[in-house]
Every structure is written in structure tokens, then in C-alpha cells.
Design a protein around this ligand. Structure first.
Ligand code: WQD
Length: 336
């Protein structure tokens, strides 16, 4: 299994996974519709990997143009990142989210069937757990009523993949439930490129430190946590990329033909602790203010990583300081 189709491969996690695939001897082929990524990432990937990774601009919602990719490339496996992923936006535009995230998945599964692709790694999210009663959260936890249409698309996509696996025993699929990806490649040549005002904490921190944003609003200081701010399991994007390689390798010989894993570190950090780490590694005093809570935020979540450690043989190696250092190095490499 050499040729791996990476959907959304010019995006944040996709591009870091392309680097890891290439370094492990795979041939990544990128498809991306550029709705939340930039084509110049291809040149950046060439700087890191030394070669032009094959790229096709395609909207996976369009079956015919997606089929042409399978006709032109002999695909052995798929890592599927491409999806809309902004929680707030999904509340405002639910139909766009359901159409894009579900139809693109269904098209990929139909084409996998038609072209005999039998290894599939899916980008899912810890958002399927909602607000867990007990922490750390493990994979046996029941999926909850999603907090947003975005979260619901992840739950439904997991179910579509599982049902398809039941119907096709030769198809091997794994869902990775991401916690909070952060950081950037050590080279600072690729990293997170949020379009417009960042939704997520870490790019907002680095843009504030870089003077692009005036201050960081900390959403809520009255949660039932040790310092009143929300707790999340931040995972370095390079660790997360490596988890996809471990999942791909495991899928070759996995006993069942569908499984799912937490992709986290097992450690929870509060917003104030993340800020403290950033200030320590950057030497920058961050301008922030604690304001009202953000609608839809859960109080705390972090992963039980027993299953992913034991079954995939993968463990996150980088810590919160590595994430903040690499995110800051990446931010400083960008034009203001
Ligand atoms: C983290 C913490 C905020 C911004 C979401 C999705 C998840 C995944 C990652 C796509 C929270 C606080 C944030 C800010 C803040 N999405 N915060 N000020 O909401 O945990 O996860 O993004 O892959 O599926 O649910 O991530 O980075 O937005 O927030 O105080 O300006 O930082 O309240 O406590 P979140 P986040």
C-alpha cells in the first residue's frame, strides 16, 4: 500500500500528515478544494520533502470530478481530512455543513468500492463526546447529542463509515477522534493558517503576541476548574500526523474492519495554563482579558489514551511548551 489519497492535504493537519507519509516511504496524493487552505502550501511541502507532491483541486461533493482522481491515480489508501470545521459557522450554515461533510464522505466510500480501495482513515473529533460526565474520557463513552451541526456531522460520518464496513468486510476503516490540535512543523515552513479571525485559542494567542490582534478574550473565568478557565487536551500537530501513520499501518492487519481511537495526550490544560506556557517559551507578556463564556463551550475534556497507546502503539511525545514554541516560531515566520 503506497499511494495514499490525502483529502484536505493542503490544510493544517493534512499538510503535516503529508510530510510524515512521505518520510515513511508512502506516495501521498493531495486533493483539496482550497476553501480553507492555500495552494502555496504545495511549495512549502516541496521545501520540506524535496519533491512536488501530486495535487488536484477538486470538490469532493462533485462525484464525477472526484471519480477522475481515482481514474488518474492508482489509490491504495485514503486519509480523509477534508471537511468544514468551524463550530460557530456550522450553527449559522447547517445545510452547507451537512452537504459538504456528508456527501464528500459518501462519494469517497462509493469510489473506494468502485476502485477497490480498502484502507480508510477518518478525521473525527472528541466533540462526539459532548460534555463527558467522567474524565479522562475513553472510547467506550456513549456519543452524546452533538453540541453543533459540525459535531453532528462527525458523529454521522462515523456511523456511515461503520455501516459501510459492516456491508463490506474487506474494507478497513479507523476514525481518529482529535482533541485540540496545536503547534506547527519544527521547520516553521508549515503551520496553522486560519482564514480571517481565528476561532481557535492557539492561533489567536500567537496573532495577539504578533500584534495582529489587540488582545485575547479568555471566554469564561468562572468554570468549575482549578483556575476557572476551560480545560482541553492539546495535541501537537506533528504527534497527530504520526497517529495517522500508526492508524494506516494498523489498518493493514486489523482484526475487525472498523475501529476508533482517541487522538490526544491524556493531559488537560486550562486556558490560563496555555497562556502561561506561551509567555514562558516566547518571552512575550500576552495581553488578555477574561470575559463572558462562549456559547457552546464545554467545561473540561481530556483523553484516556490507553486504547490508542496499546492498540496503535502510538503515544504523543511533544508537550505544551513544544506546541507553544512551534506555534510562535511559525507565527513569526509569517508576514504581518
Ligand atoms: C479552546 C479553549 C475556549 C478562543 C474546537 C472544536 C473541535 C476542533 C477544535 C476542529 C476553549 C478558549 C478559544 C479564544 C478562548 N475543531 N478560547 N479565547 O472549542 O475546544 O474545539 O476546535 O477540528 O472539534 O470543537 O477549541 O481552540 O476554540 O477553544 O478563551 O479566542 O480556548 O473557550 O475553552 P475547542 P478552541
Amino acid at each position: 500500500m503506497k499511494n495514499i489519497l490525502v483529502t484536505g492535504g493542503l490544510g493544517f493537519i493534512g499538510s503535516h500528515t503529508v510530510v510524515e507519509l512521505h518520510s515513511r516511504g508512502y506516495n501521498p496524493i493531495i486533493v483539496d478544494n482550497l476553501s480553507n487552505s492555500q495552494e502555496d502550501v504545495l511549495g512549502r511541502l516541496k521545501k520540506i520533502s524535496g519533491l512536488i507532491i501530486p495535487f488536484v483541486k477538486v470538490d469532493l461533493v462533485d462525484f464525477q470530478s472526484s471519480k477522475e482522481v481515482f481514474e488518474n491515480y492508482s489509490i491504495d489508501g485514503i486519509i480523509h481530512f477534508a471537511a468544514y470545521k468551524a463550530v460557530g459557522e456550522s450553527v449559522a450554515k447547517p445545510l452547507a455543513y451537512y452537504e459538504n461533510n456528508l456527501v464528500s464522505l459518501i462519494n469517497l466510500l462509493k469510489l473506494s468500492n468502485e476502485f477497490g480501495v480498502s484502507n480508510f482513515i477518518f478525521s473525527s473529533s472528541c466533540t462526539v463526546y459532548g460534555e463527558p460526565e467522567k474524565l479522562p474520557v475513553d472510547e467506550s463513552f456513549p456519543k452524546k447529542q452533538a453540541e453543533s451541526p459540525y459535531g453532528n456531522t462527525k458523529q454521522v460520518c462515523e456511523e456511515i463509515i461503520e455501516d459501510y464496513c459492516i456491508s463490506n468486510s474487506s474494507f478497513k476503516a479507523i476514525s481518529l477522534r482529535y482533541f485540540n490540535p496545536a503547534g506547527a512543523h519544527d521547520s516553521a515552513i508549515i503551520g496553522e493558517l486560519p482564514l480571517g479571525v481565528p476561532n481557535n485559542l492557539v492561533p489567536f494567542i500567537t496573532q495577539t503576541a504578533a500584534g495582529i490582534r489587540e488582545k485575547l478574550n479568555v471566554f469564561g473565568g468562572d468554570y468549575n476548574t482549578h483556575d476557572g478557565t476551560c480545560i482541553r487536551d492539546y495535541i501537537h500537530v506533528v504527534d497527530l500526523a504520526r497517529a495517522h501513520i500508526a492508524a494506516l499501518e494498523h489498518s493493514k492487519g486489523m482484526p475487525e474492519n472498523y475501529d476508533f481511537f482517541n487522538a490526544g495526550t491524556g493531559k488537560g490544560y486550562s486556558v490560563l495554563e496555555v497562556i502561561k506556557s506561551f509567555e514562558k517559551v516566547s518571552g512575550v507578556k500576552l495581553n488578555y482579558e477574561i470575559v463572558d463564556r462562549r456559547e457552546g463551550d464545554i467545561e473540561k475534556i481530556f483523553a484516556d489514551t490507553t486504547k490508542v497507546n496499546d492498540v496503535l502503539g502510538w503515544t504523543a511525545e511533544k508537550n505544551i511548551d513544544d506546541m507553544m514554541q512551534s506555534a510562535w516560531n511559525w507565527q513569526k515566520s509569517l508576514p504581518k
